[in-house]
Design a protein. Structure first.
Lengths: 801, 438
């Protein structure tokens, strides 16, 4: 980060005396099909590097030896030549040699042909990669199984697919190049260097693999990190590290994806182009089931004064500020007490402060009143109501699947867990290892909602580890390391779990489990957790117990990080890892060190969620104002200001009930029940539905819809139900009018209720104007209703800020 | 925003009840209405009937009676109004209307997963990494309705783009932003109590009071001034939706278009008293009032099991009536020339029948039916091979369909939208219009 800072200073200075140089300085192509991407960079005296390749014209001195294709040099004939480069009138030369004779067995199916099939999408899931293949030719999806694919090409089809004596007449070659009718068209025409690689491979004997080199150990992307200006381009080159340590360029056969296209986009050639939004973007690169990332740091280009220094013990603020300084994004000031109170009420107990609570807080002069308020809110029963709501979504408290009685018992169990502040690892362990009569052990209910071993394991991985493994049920996860064996290993823990009926009661039992079986090879895969070594045997008895122990053990890095990330995301509106349940090496945290420290905090405090909430809410990062300052308006990922959060359907419902003074009336629930206390996600209510309440049919936090829609807005503006609440004869406005309050007190009360603050001058003027126009009691009441309606439809009310 | 004056003291609903002729406001005057009518006649609209799950086109529009038994299925072919075009005999009404619609029998894209294929067929773009079909909207690429909202906006007062009866997750606006979001009906047009919720203020709110409320809201909403609105996407969207909502609320055209009850019973019966039939009828009413795109999301065509029984008993009778009535009705009203109707699933179904007497997903070839909007009727474009496994000639894909829609609607398929982060992205991803249709 520090070096990034230094580089940035240079961004702003002039660019005299730049050194211009090519990468690589010399090109030596020693196998058929190998190539080298040309990059021309300039480096200023102060160290700023700029990619100039777009401004370059280049040619091969002797075009018989080598050729340039899409910015890359490929060999044609054994010999040496030079690549001649003209950059802004300056001449450079790069020596080029081509001699594949030295490595006659270097072109293999594993290393060269499989990546070509992937690059041209021959093995995509819509083509030959799908389970039944395409027109009798079948490949493993995304090339996850090269042995299978080799056989498919070389041995199937009665040997006519590959003809060593006449490579260009091979069916495989004629199809891929479109020389004969091919449903996919001419994927690899004969002017593409990949065509020649396939021909060379067949000519050389169509080798499957070469044990000395054929395993790709990993990939490397160059450069791994760069500080870039807006509107800049950066070429990436990708190298595979082979088993023998050889580095081989594979850029043209890699795939590239950006995690923030708004900041930096990438094309199929690996060229990154940046936009004028400061921040950090990650480019994911995949090649042969290996992945790597490139990080683009995009600092703002404006005057910037480094932010506040924080002591080590304020590590949240220190780590956040370090990155803001790198990106030169200024932070908004601290929130006022009113903003803070509204925010912690909504975040911790899921409802607005009422006016008397708020007045008391504002009047308090103690310097520690903010942390005291948090402490007090965490001890309210509504904290467990709200936490139970959040976790009931994830853990699928679904009446339709469970029946009312069981769903309610499951919900009660969750709510009690939060009211006693049960450590999160204990909660997870109890669910994972649940057994016995369901009515006595409601924590086992998840096994009634989800029954198949595969869905159980992938749901639990998503909920408790934040890892998505469902892709690996059918094929290697395209952006992660998970294979079908990992999936089957996880699934296998749950193959013994059964729900049985004994009399009228249901009992959850964990019988012996059976190993998974790879559908392609029929080999057995014994139960093992993600990333753990493959065991030789299936564990005896109910293997779930082993899994549950592993989930909460220190060997498992994901559990604590996932838990910390979920708490963080609840408080800030998005996670340090986002989506919050998609932890991957290729989806890195925005603040990796911070995430680790938050996870450690949980571990050290025995998974005390309340302690973590206290820690985070005490930070200046959490307490920042939502009002932007010049320079941080476009920042959404670096916590320079507090982002507006949409309110969950239930929270908004309760906020309206409270501000109008008319509680919800839920059929079958006790009078006074609040929407966040509804345990039944299927309870029919248009307001809740239209505001995105999930039905709980998936364990993905994305099931709760957060995007606003016009139906919501129309509902707030026009719904007869909300009108009834505003004008209710026992509602807040009616009671205020009937009471002895002065006009000023009434207006104050409305503003404190809706906006959690006193009105300002212009707002008081507005209220006075409206009331002055009102000639009789009815029109006075209507004026107040209209004012309240306006507040209810304001962004300041509709969002948590 | 439309500022229409109303007599004080009357509720807005009264004004609307009085109907058009008797109201004072000049924008309701007869000459204006006529002008409106004419402009709506020269403009084109799209009705996109999405058969969610995937229509089995090998059993309907592109049958293979000579294929082996495990492919050809149980239905027979029948003649249509167009000599030489034969389709499934379970579609007698559509057969009669065959002169009004055409079939692209060599349509294909190579994806057979619901989420991505849906997105491909509704936006014209294949989704990239990070696509999450579970999100609504999935916010990846703009739907055709959103593109139309931007390139061919509606007459003021009616929403340009409406989803009936609900919104498919790929029908969102993505980077075109909330002004290109659909108006979602969220109510079953076949239900006796069908009504679009919250479209007008409560009956107690008089016109003057609504004006006052708007004024209050504008003055109270502090976040517009302090920057929170601009700096937060969600808040920006809510604010835009509020503007749009006021437009809708003050439009008699909108209200009338949604009043299916105004339609004669005989017409309602003809379309069929079911969700698809009444959705098609509602779509016609909406287009009549100036809406530019109606997307009908109809489920469930995912016939993995008992394909033939489900089609024969449940889906095809409804489908046949609804679609045939839509073409017939549009034509009789002189609207077909300006209304393009596209009928398709996200893919077809596997030519080979599976062990559950069903058919699975099949993107490599299927048939898209379309007609109206200046497109020739009674044309068959391309053909599939002997077993309907892949195109045998003239392969076309979603990009081409979208280029064709743009061409028919008079929109430039190469129009570059600038995303909020400054990237230029073309309306259509390099498709070519399907010439035999014009």
């Amino acid at each position: 980060m520090l070096s990034a800072l230094c580089l940035l200073m240079v961004l702003l200075t002039s660019q005299q005396g730049d050194v211009v140089y090519p990468i690589p300085e010399a090109i030596s192509l020693t196998t058929t099909g190998s190539y080298a991407t040309l990059i021309v960079e300039s480096k200023s005296a102060a160290g700023l590097i700029t990619d100039l390749t777009d401004e370059v014209s280049a040619r091969i001195e002797n075009p018989e030896i080598a050729t340039l294709f899409q910015g890359r040099v490929y060999g044609k004939k054994i010999g040496t030549t030079r690549l001649l480069i003209d950059v802004k009138g300056k001449q450079l030369a790069v020596p080029v040699s081509y001699n594949p004779i030295a490595n006659p067995l270097a072109t293999t199916f594993y290393n060269d042909i499989e990546p070509i099939l992937a690059r041209h999408q021959c093995n995509s899931s819509g083509c030959h990669g799908k389970a039944e293949g395409q027109n009798g030719f079948r490949l493993s999806v995304f090339g996850s199984d090269p042995d299978f694919d080799f056989e498919s090409i070389f041995l199937d089809g009665r040997g006519r697919r590959v003809m060593p004596e006449s490579p260009a007449n091979s069916l495989f070659v004629r199809k891929m190049s479109g020389k004969i009718s091919h449903g996919g068209g001419a994927r690899i025409p004969d002017n593409n260097p990949d065509y020649q690689t396939v021909i060379d491979w067949i000519t050389e004997g169509a080798l499957k693999k070469n044990d000395a080199i054929s395993d790709v150990v990993g990939i490397e992307v160059q450069p791994p990190l760069r500080v870039l200006k807006g509107g800049a381009k950066q070429r990436l080159t990708v190298f595979a590290i082979l088993k023998d340590g050889t580095r081989k360029e594979v850029t043209a056969h890699s795939r590239f994806f950006s995690n923030h296209e708004a900041l930096a986009a990438v094309d199929i050639h690996g060229i990154v182009s940046t936009n004028e939004i400061p921040g950090e973007a990650v480019i994911l690169v995949t090649y042969r089931n290996k992945t790597a990332v490139f990080r683009a740091i995009l600092p703002a280009v404006h005057q910037y004064t480094a932010g506040k220094r924080y002591a080590d013990e304020n590590w949240i603020d220190r780590l956040i500020q370090t990155k803001l300084d790198t990106l030169r994004i200024p932070a908004s000031p601290l929130s006022k007490d009113e903003e803070f109170a509204r925010r912690v009420f909504l975040d911790i107990v899921g409802t607005l402060p009422d006016s008397s609570e708020l007045k008391a807080f504002l009047a308090d002069t103690n310097s520690d009143k903010r942390s005291k308020l948090v402490e007090e809110l965490l001890n309210r029963p509504s904290y467990s109501d709200y936490s139970a709501l959040v976790w009931s979504d994830l853990l699928r408290v679904d009446r339709q699947a469970l029946g009312a009685k069981q769903a309610y018992a499951y919900y009660r169990w969750l709510k009690n867990s939060f009211s006693e502040n049960k450590p999160l690892d204990k909660l997870a362990f109890e669910i994972l290892s649940a057994q016995g009569y369901l009515d006595e052990h409601p924590e086992g209910s998840f096994y009634k909602v989800v029954k198949s071993p595969g869905e159980l394991s992938s749901s639990f991985a998503q909920i408790f580890l934040g890892v998505r493994i469902a892709c690996a049920e059918c094929h290697h996860h395209p952006f992660d390391k998970w294979t079908q064996a990992d999936y089957l290993g996880m699934q296998s823990f749950f193959t013994g779990v059964r729900l049985k009926n004994i009399g009228k009661k249901e009992i959850l039992v964990g019988d012996n489990t059976s190993p998974g079986s790879n559908p392609r090879y029929k080999e057995k895969v014994f139960a093992h957790a993600l990333g753990q070594p493959l065991p030789e045997v299936q564990p005896k008895g109910d293997a779930r117990q082993l899994f549950a122990q592993w989930v909460v053990s220190p060997e498992n890095q994901w559990f604590a990080r996932n838990a910390a990330n979920r708490v963080w995301a609840h408080l800030f509106g998005h996670g340090l890892v986002e989506p919050i349940d998609d932890f991957r090496d290729t989806n890195p945290a925005s603040h990796p060190e911070l995430l680790v420290k938050l996870a450690n905090h949980l571990i050290q405090n025995k998974y005390d969620v309340k302690a973590l909430i206290k820690l985070i809410t005490a930070s200046e990062t959490y307490q920042r104002s939502s009002t932007p300052v010049p320079g941080n308006e476009s920042d959404e990922w670096n916590y320079s200001r507090f982002l507006l959060k949409s309110m969950p359907a239930e929270v908004l419902f309760d906020a309206i009930s409270q501000t109008t003074g008319v509680p919800g009336d839920f059929v079958g629930y006790p009078v006074g029940t609040r929407a966040i206390q509804l345990w039944d996600s299927r309870y029919q209510d248009y307001f809740l539905k239209v505001h995105g309440r999930p039905l709980r049919v998936s364990s993905c936090s994305c099931e709760r819809q957060k995007e606003p829609g016009i139906a919501q807005v129309l509902h707030e503006l026009n719904s007869p139900e909300l009108h009834r609440k505003l004008s209710h004869e026992q509602g807040k406005i009616a009671r205020l009018i009937a009471g002895k309050s002065s006009q000023k007190e009434i207006i104050d009360e409305l503003f404190l209720s809706y906006f959690s603050r006193y009105p300002n001058k212009s707002e008081l003027d507005l209220a006075a104007e409206l009331l002055a126009k009102a000639k009789d009691a009815t029109s006075k009441r209507e004026a107040l209703e209209d004012l309240a309606w306006g507040m209810m439809n304001s962004l300041e009310f509709l969002f948590n800020h | 925003m439309n500022n229409k004056s109303y007599c004080d003291g009357k509720t807005r609903r009264d004004v609307l009840r009085l109907g058009v002729a008797g109201v004072l406001g000049h924008s309701f005057s007869l000459p204006n209405l006529l002008a409106y009518d004419q402009s709506s006649k020269s403009q084109k609209s799209l009705i996109y009937v999405f058969l969610h799950g995937g229509l089995s086109t090998i059993d309907t529009f592109d049958m293979k009676p000579d294929a082996p038994a495990e492919y050809r299925g149980e239905f027979k072919q029948g003649d249509t109004a167009v000599p030489g075009i034969r389709i499934c005999d379970q579609l007698p009404s559509i057969s009669k209307q065959m002169g009004k619609l055409s079939l692209i029998r060599s349509f294909r894209h190579n994806n057979s997963d619901h989420g991505p294929a849906d997105h491909y067929m509704l936006t014209g773009y294949f989704p990239q990494a990070g696509f999450n079909g579970g999100l609504t909207p999935n916010n990846h690429r703009p739907s055709i309705g959103s593109i139309i909202s931007k390139l061919a906006p509606a007459n003021q007062g009616v929403p340009p783009y409406v989803c009936v009866p609900k919104m498919h997750s790929s029908c969102g606006p993505a980077y075109l932003g909330p002004t290109a979001s659909p108006f979602v009906v969220e109510s079953d047009p076949n239900s006796p109590s069908f009504q679009v919720p919250d479209l007008s203020p409560p009956i107690e709110i008089r016109a003057d009071r609504l004006d006052s409320r708007k004024h209050i809201l504008e003055r109270l909403d502090r976040f517009r001034a302090t920057g929170e609105m601009k700096a937060n996407q969600g808040a920006k969207s809510v604010s835009t939706f509020q503007q749009k909502a006021f437009d809708l609320m003050t439009s008699p055209e909108t209200r009338s278009a949604f009043q299916l009850q105004k339609e004669k019973d005989s017409i309602r019966d003809e379309y069929g008293r079911n969700t698809l039939g009444q959705s098609c009828l509602l779509a016609r009413r909406l287009v009549e009032s100036g809406v530019r795109c109606v997307t009908i999301d109809h489920s469930n065509w995912d016939t993995h099991d008992n394909n033939f029984t489900t089609l024969k008993q449940d889906l095809l009778p409804i489908f046949d009536r609804s679609i045939a009535s839509l073409f017939k009705d549009l034509s009789e009203r002189g609207m077909l020339e300006n209304t393009l109707v596209v009928v398709t699933g996200e893919f077809g179904r596997t030519p080979k029948i599976n062990k559950n007497a069903g058919r699975d997903h099949w993107g490599p070839v299927f048939t898209v039916a379309l007609g109206g909007g200046g497109i020739k009727g009674g044309v068959v474009v391309g053909k599939s091979d002997a077993k309907a496994e892949k195109p045998a000639s003239d392969p076309y894909g979603p990009e081409d369909l979208f280029a064709t829609i743009c061409h028919a609607m008079g929109m430039n398929p190469e129009h570059e939208f600038i995303t909020p982060d400054g990237r230029p992205i073309m309306a259509v991803n390099q498709g070519r219009k399907i010439d035999p249709l014009f």
